[in-house]
Design a protein. Structure first.
Length: 184
């Protein structure tokens, strides 16, 4: 016999692993994969929530505290990041530079949450990978929600150090989806 709590816990970690596969296999611009993924659970997951609470106090943004509660109540967090400081050579200017040569030479600066400038195509790749990961969770009936604030905390903690942008996707299986109809 496998009791419900044990089975659900194991299934959530398996679902998180499948979400990483979905993020990895999502289409990428010019076939160049600069996506970075990681699963956090247990103490490491709770450390992210603690950092989010610190940021809520420091920046006076209640949303960080609300999302930290969601992270604490989740079984795991899937992190999806991108190495957005790498150009792809299209010279589109979407990053705010005249072209990829200027972008490559530009100083990358850490903002409040992420590092920029970021190649717009790398940001698009991140979005597609996140969509694939969330879709996979949804197909497995795993509750999830993309949260930029989770990524902010991960960045400040130095998780996925090569990433210029990180987004977190907490996952859970409860009687009611904890990520929607939330109090502010």
């Amino acid at each position: 016999m496998i009791e419900s709590e044990t089975a659900e816990s194991q299934a959530l970690l398996e679902a998180a692993k499948l979400m990483l596969v979905a993020a990895r296999t999502a289409p990428k611009t010019a076939g160049r994969d600069d996506i970075i993924t990681l699963i956090l659970y247990g103490k490491e997951k709770d450390a992210i929530a603690e950092k989010m609470e610190d940021i809520a106090i420091e920046r006076k943004i209640e949303g960080f505290k609300r999302d930290a509660r969601n992270v604490r109540d989740s079984h795991a967090v899937v992190l999806v990041g991108v190495r957005g400081d790498r150009s792809i050579g299209l010279d589109c200017g979407g990053c705010g530079c005249l072209g990829c040569g200027e972008f490559d030479k530009s100083e990358k600066k850490r903002g409040n949450d992420f590092t920029g400038p970021t190649c717009v195509f790398k940001a698009l790749d991140l979005g597609i990978s996140l969509g694939s990961a969330a879709k996979t969770a949804g197909m497995l009936n795993v509750d999830n929600r993309m949260m930029y604030r989770v990524g902010t905390a991960a960045m400040k903690m130095g998780v996925l150090p090569e990433a210029t942008i990180i987004i977190g996707i907490p996952v859970s299986a409860k009687g009611k989806n904890i990520y929607f109809d939330r109090a502010k």
